[in-house]
Design a protein around this ligand. Structure first.
Ligand code: FES
Length: 114
């Protein structure tokens, strides 16, 4: 796997060799290279979404790619609500998708009004 379509010998920048890594998403191993974000690893594997919206169950993955929209949330190594576009992939990372329902409304109309 390479991060460039230019052959390394022909690249004027002389990049270092890619260091392979592997992460799992919902138990499935996914290969990547050092320097990729977790979202980049998933996108490169062909996975375009990894959670669904609370209302309507619409698929979500990367929308902004810069840490603003929070569409790319998932659990990483037991930590919930990680933005995968902002988290650099590390070998052995365990990613679990999140599909959170909406919170229950208060049982009394005045409850939770503050
Ligand atoms: S894609 Fe927008 S915060 Fe990650």
């Amino acid at each position: 796997m390479t991060t460039s379509s230019v052959p390394r010998d022909a690249d004027a920048v002389h990049p270092a060799a890619s260091a392979p890594l592997s992460v799992t998403i919902d138990g499935t191993p996914v290969p990547g290279v050092a320097g990729q974000s977790l979202a980049g690893v998933l996108l490169a594997s062909g996975r375009l979404s990894w959670r669904v919206t609370s209302v309507g169950g619409r698929p979500r993955g990367v929308f902004c790619g810069i840490g603003v929209c929070f569409d790319c949330l998932a659990e990483v190594n037991g930590l919930r609500d990680v933005r995968l576009c902002q988290r650099q992939a590390r070998d052995g990372d365990v990613v679990v998708t999140q599909h959170d329902p909406l919170p229950e409304p208060p049982s009394h109309p005045d409850e939770g009004a503050r």
